[in-house]
Write a protein that binds this ligand. Sequence first.
Ligand SMILES: [Zn+2]
Length: 465
Amino acid sequence: MKIDYIPAAPAASWRKRRVVLVGTLCAAIGVGSFQLLTRSNDAIAGNPSNQLASDTGASGLYLSADMARPNTLASSDFDNIIQTAVTDALRVPEASQWSTISVKPGQNLSVIFEALGLAHDEVADLLALGGEVQRLKKLKAGDELHVLVEDDRLDGLKYALDERRSLEVRRGDKGLESVTITAEIEHRQATASGKITDSLFVDGRRANLSSRLIMSFADIFGYDVDFAQDLHPGDQFSVVYEQLYKNGKRLRDGDILAAQFTSQGQRYQAVRFTAPDGNTAYYTPNGQSLRKAFIRTPVDFARISSPFNLRRLHPILHTIRAHKGVDYGAGTGTPIKATGDGKISFYGNKNGYGRVAMINHGAGVETLYGHMSRFRAGLSVGSRVRQGQVIGYVGMSGLATAPHLHYEFRINGIHKNPVTVPLPRANPVAPNHMAAFRAQSSPLMAALDQQSTKLASAAKTKTSR
Ligand SMILES: [Zn+2]
């Protein structure tokens, strides 16, 4: 015997799902949660849905049993056949008939709806709702749509507009309707701490910190601690941070609110502060900036190919000439970063320096970047640049034997060694924001203290064993 089942609709709803036996048997058998309906003397061959449409609708899952002489079967045999057929052929229905569609490159709403077996006018009906629904015109690869299809019609759709807002479409009495739901994002405070045994990354992960939080921890103290070079076993870190929750479910980690790093008896502390003017930065508990006004090196992954030297034999000119800067050897095209905030004071060619950028940082400080292969598009004299912003690319324009950056640091016109010059801190908390700073920072510092005390006493218990 042969038993086929034919899903009538791609996503028939569970409550409407039923199994229909084609035949003249008279039995109603419940199998699991399925209701098997058969009717006596219903001549329904060739049109399985006609009489059975009844109150709950005809759309469903049809089990057509092409049985030889069904009336000769004992009812127990019939039970067995049905049991086997149902077990073999039918999947357990899902709790929900919503299907999740992950948008693939090049797919748009029409393509997706067509694949779902929806009629063309469904797209038009949906988009006619206007408002945020229009966003569905601009689906991107990787977007997720949750779709409910009933009776070949769109019955519901959910789409996350952003982290907080989601679009929900449903079919009401008057057709499709849409709402935008905004979730409350709850900020909860969390703490973590640990000891360095391997690396900041490994031990941070061990303390359940996300990679992103570990990176920002390293950034916060990056002006004072080189986490690649200066770590010692037993160094300790503590972090107070935010966890974001949406509808009671953890969404992701937020920002570090306060952090501490202790190394060889030296303690570094940071607290996050958003000033009334909206600027956010990390400060020491006294309101000093953790950021310095300058980064030490304008190129990443570069080696010093020629140091600052006031009596040097020039490699091309072969005369004793002061080398009033540092050369960083790096491949042509390596990005060059402004070492501090300022304004471009020169951008062009300067004899032996080749293509040069100079930045005026105020307070008499000026930096110079020479031998560039090209300038950063969009910058010119007077352009405001931020610390770390790319201003050009390494090259060997002017007098150079190999691609490198010639970097100078001048204070009131006097050349300083960029490698050793003391770098000033960035601006502290403004005096008129100090009261707000204290109010924000003291509970955070208390939470941090509590966390590091816990860590210290845990360490004591361990060593006393
Ligand atoms: Zn040089």
